[in-house]
Design a binder for this molecule. Structure first.
Ligand SMILES: *[C@@H]1O[C@H](CO)[C@@H](O)[C@H](O)[C@H]1NC(C)=O
Ligand SMILES: *[C@@H]1O[C@H](CO)[C@@H](O)[C@H](O)[C@H]1NC(C)=O
Ligand SMILES: *[C@@H]1O[C@H](CO)[C@@H](O)[C@H](O)[C@H]1NC(C)=O
Ligand SMILES: *[C@@H]1O[C@H](CO)[C@@H](O)[C@H](O)[C@H]1NC(C)=O
Ligand SMILES: *[C@@H]1O[C@H](CO)[C@@H](O)[C@H](O)[C@H]1NC(C)=O
Ligand SMILES: *[C@@H]1O[C@H](CO)[C@@H](O)[C@H](O)[C@H]1NC(C)=O
Ligand SMILES: *[C@@H]1O[C@H](CO)[C@@H](O)[C@H](O)[C@H]1NC(C)=O
Ligand SMILES: *[C@@H]1O[C@H](CO)[C@@H](O)[C@H](O)[C@H]1NC(C)=O
Ligand SMILES: CC(=O)N[C@H]1CO[C@H](CO)[C@@H](O)[C@@H]1O
Length: 381
């Protein structure tokens, strides 16, 4: 099947994904893969909050690079200003005035914290002001403090309550994309996880956000390579809107190109077209579904400039399967001291892109990338 399809690879006309951009990280800093958040480590990428200039970065990416999709990671704990599921508000100190002395008693089941959610909203509004689509990414790995939602941890109702409030806040913004959970992993039962995802989707739609895209995350850190084989695609296929349709319910996939796939090394080992992006595209097209690659990346190294450019050339060419991609990451990351940095060098009004951004994220759309002369598409299934 795969060999047959590969034999149909052709050099195609210029094509680009409808959506492409960069993760603007920072509000999520301090969250680990157990879904535990050290709120004192959150580093809002906004100068008004003492951080890096994520607003100017997005403006630069939109204006100079024609990028139009930004993903804005934040923790569940930050939004409710509580590190406790059961009630007591976090009263740890946080610099930059982003968190005062909390005297209220928010919990995972409670209300959004006005100060913290409004601080996060500043980044959302800066994103929307560029005209881009903006992904609200709850960066909790399917967990709250090491307990899985709906499988021993917070209830589906508590998770739905979070999303109901976020959706009510942004229901009129058609460019908002609801990224309901970053990188679930080690989920014992994907059928139960799909019910958790359904609870969030139902809450978002019921709150009045009836048309926006919602990203559905799977197991294995929502890994693209095992999205079909390990039960994510099958179980998430059943998630539906209030009217039973699948409209705007998009599969959320991640893939890093370094040797262990963890997205930490400077070098890349493969473009993963034949073992990941091609078979997933075939599944998506056969099932009339689409995906967004909401995290991918690589270092500013020769191997990654080759591999990531080839990956994104493939993604750009296969618009029937992939709506877009988001590189990891800019925002609060150092432009010089982080292997996967996509943070532009310089300052507002005078930014220079990292090579990986210029050549791969942007170049494969502008015709200037390394791989631009050898685009591949699936001609037919
Ligand atoms: C605030 O922190 C102190 C010291 O860590 C703790 O004893 C107290 O219970 C906390 N208060 C709330 C409301 O969480
Ligand atoms: C925190 O609480 C202390 C003691 O009540 C108070 O002096 C301080 O002004 C408060 N800080 C903020 C940011 O509310
Ligand atoms: C959404 O738009 C409606 C109709 O214009 C308005 O009444 C409502 O206040 C808006 N809600 C938000 C959260 O912006
Ligand atoms: C598939 O999911 C199970 C359950 O989370 C996990 O233990 C396993 O490692 C995954 N398999 C692969 C190949 O990723
Ligand atoms: C749901 O996921 C489980 C693994 O957790 C898998 O065994 C099962 O086949 C999946 N169901 C569907 C409909 O894909
Ligand atoms: C939803 O998507 C699945 C494939 O992911 C498809 O089989 C099913 O028919 C769709 N349902 C509706 C109502 O469109
Ligand atoms: C950065 O990349 C180098 C080379 O691949 C690797 O040895 C190092 O561990 C990476 N740094 C981090 C923090 O992962
Ligand atoms: C713009 O940035 C470049 C390199 O980052 C620097 O050499 C140049 O002086 C800057 N120009 C201005 C006007 O700041
Ligand atoms: C006043 C203050 O503490 N500012 C800090 C805000 O956060 C940035 C990024 O971590 C720090 O560099 C500032 O010192």
């Amino acid at each position: 099947m795969l060999l047959f399809t590969l034999s149909l690879l052709i050099t195609a006309a210029y094509a680009v994904s409808p959506l492409a951009g960069v993760n603007i990280a920072g509000f999520d800093f301090g969250v680990d893969i157990t879904g535990t958040a050290n709120l004192a480590s959150a580093d809002p990428p906004l100068t008004a909050l003492g951080g890096s200039d994520g607003a100017a970065q997005m403006s630069h990416f939109a204006k100079q690079d024609s990028l139009n999709l930004f993903r804005l990671p934040v923790s569940w704990q930050f939004l409710i200003n509580s590190q406790s599921l059961t009630g007591s508000a976090n009263n740890g100190t946080m610099t930059n005035g982003t968190m005062g002395n909390a005297t209220h008693t928010n919990s995972a089941a409670g209300a959004l914290d006005a100060t913290n959610s409004n601080n996060y909203d500043q980044l959302v509004q800066a994103c929307l002001a560029t005209g881009a689509h903006c992904i609200i990414d709850v960066h909790n790995y399917a967990r709250f403090n090491n307990e899985i939602i709906g499988q021993g941890g917070p209830s589906n109702e508590e998770f739905a309550n979070l999303w109901s409030q976020i959706a009510a806040k942004y229901k009129n913004e058609t460019n908002i994309v609801f990224g309901i959970m970053n990188e679930p992993h080690n989920i014992p039962d994907m059928k139960i996880w799909a019910a958790t995802v359904q609870a969030a989707v139902t809450a978002i739609r019921t709150a009045g956000a009836t048309t926006q895209m919602i990203l559905l995350p799977g197991n294995d850190f929502t890994g693209a390579q095992t999205f079909v084989s390990n039960g994510s695609a099958g179980n998430l296929s059943n998630v539906h809107n209030l009217d039973g349709s699948n409209t705007s319910l998009i599969f959320d996939v991640h893939k890093y190109l370094d040797a262990d796939g963890s997205g930490q090394a400077l070098d890349c080992s493969s473009n993963h077209i034949t073992d990941t992006f091609m078979p997933l595209a075939m599944f998506l097209v056969a099932n009339k579904r689409q995906a967004i690659l909401s995290e991918t990346g690589g270092g500013n190294s020769a191997s990654c400039l080759t591999d990531l450019c080839n990956t994104l050339t493939f993604i750009n060419a296969n618009t029937d399967a992939y709506m877009g991609y988001v590189g990891w990451a800019a925002g609060g990351f150092s432009p010089t001291n982080y292997n996967l940095t996509m943070t532009p060098i310089g300052s507002a009004g005078n930014f220079t892109d990292q090579p990986i951004v210029k050549q791969c994220l942007v170049g494969t759309r502008m015709g200037g990338g390394i791989a631009s002369k050898k685009r591949m598409v699936r001609k037919t299934l």
